[in-house]
Write a protein that binds this ligand. Structure first.
Ligand code: IPM
Ligand code: MG
Length: 359
């Protein structure tokens, strides 16, 4: 299979972990006889240096010509946020690319590997079977894309953010979540704040209508404050979580840390035509960039999700997941996993072990 992949490595640890993902993809293409053609493009602070723009048109054009976007991470040090290179870098690049390609569906996956259970901040007794949760987050509506106002009203400072949802927006993500649930344990928990918000009342109404189209999938509603609590109290009750943009942002960060390291959560953003962007859920971590210590697992798993969700290369995706699991079971890990692995390796060296385990 021939595929063109736009490579947007971005900033911080982005380029290093991207190199790991590319090496793994190359190993897969050698073994399984595919040809992946990579076209690199700038995004984030890296793009700003050349274009004074965090998401230049050249980059958008490269993405448009590609079959998929493999994205690293963007953003600079917290202490340098007033520098124009970093000011609003994440929103200018990530939110803009979501809008440009109509990526309304976001899927993030949290997994706890059996011998990394001790890394989880949760008590072992709460996760007897590890953890495997998928969160489906709507990505183009809600308070993110409603009108934002920061100014004055009646002589004093005033701000407002408008949350909006259309029926079509909710229908699209809800149907996707139920489709995903059908491939898993057929259980969806829809999370909202229907006791307060109108957008949530509409959300709940539409999700219950979609649930009728999927009688084989069990569906329940949960308020977001309760969900935040249930995730640390009894995470095993969840399989697919379906939620709106802002709640999904918050809950996916909570979920990511349950597996012990934010460096292990892959994510995908899709539009209605199936075109997608594949990226680690974590940030650019500038404090550890360039030191060969970053965990490449989330980036590699994002590439593996690209193979399974977009190119339908299930065997190849499974080979990657299996290789990562085996490498961890062999006792190898990166610095963030030091409390649970026997041998701490650098990003490159860990990636080499993963590649050795690709069957
Ligand atoms: C995420 C990020 C973004 C979001 C930021 C960088 C705008 O936190 O992808 O979760 O809030 O969606
Ligand atoms: Mg977030």
């Amino acid at each position: 299979m021939d595929k063109n992949i736009a490579i947007l490595a971005g900033d911080g640890i982005g380029p290093e972990v991207m190199q790991s993902a590319i090496s793994v993809l190359d190993a897969i293409s050698d073994k399984y006889g595919h040809s992946f053609i990579y076209t690199k493009a700038l995004v984030g602070g890296a793009a700003y240096e050349k274009y004074q723009n965090h998401l230049p048109q050249d980059t958008i054009e490269i993405c448009k010509k590609s079959d998929a976007i493999l994205f690293g991470s963007v953003g600079g040090p917290v202490t340098e946020q007033t520098n124009p290179k970093w000011k609003n870098c994440e929103t200018n690049s990530i939110l803009a690319i979501r809008k440009e390609f109509n990526f309304n569906i976001n899927l993030r996956k949290a997994t706890i590997y059996p011998n990394l259970v001790d890394l989880s901040p949760l008590k072992n007794s709460l996760i007897p079977n590890g953890l495997d949760i998928v969160i489906l987050r709507e990505l183009l509506g809600d308070i993110y894309f409603g009108e934002h106002y920061l100014g004055n009203k009646n002589g004093s400072r005033f701000a407002s953010d408008i949350a909006e949802y259309s029926e079509e927006q909710i229908l699209s993500i809800a149907r996707y979540a139920f489709d995903v649930a059908r491939l898993r344990t057929k259980k969806v928990v829809s999370v909202d704040k229907a006791n307060v918000m109108a957008t949530s009342k509409l959300w709940r109404e539409i999700v219950s209508e979609v649930a009728k189209e999927y009688p084989d999938v069990e569906c329940s509603d949960m308020l977001v404050d309760n969900c935040a609590m249930q995730l640390v109290r009894n995470p095993s009750q969840f399989d697919v979580i379906l939620t709106a943009n802002l709640f999904g942002d918050i809950l996916s960060d909570e979920l990511s840390v349950l597996s012990g390291s934010i460096g292990m959560m892959p994510s995908i953003s899709l539009n209605a035509s199936g075109f997608g962007l594949y990226e680690p859920a974590g940030g650019s971590a500038p404090e550890i960039a360039g030191k060969n210590i970053a965990n490449p697992i989330a980036q590699i798993l994002s590439a593996s999700m690209m193979l399974s969700y977009l190119f339908n290369l299930q065997k190849e995706a499974q080979a990657i997941e299996h290789a990562i699991k085996t490498t961890i079971m062999q006792g190898f890990g990166t610095l963030d996993l030091k409390d649970a692995v026997k041998v701490v390796l650098g990003t490159k060296e860990f990636t080499k072990e993963v590649i050795k385990n690709i069957l």
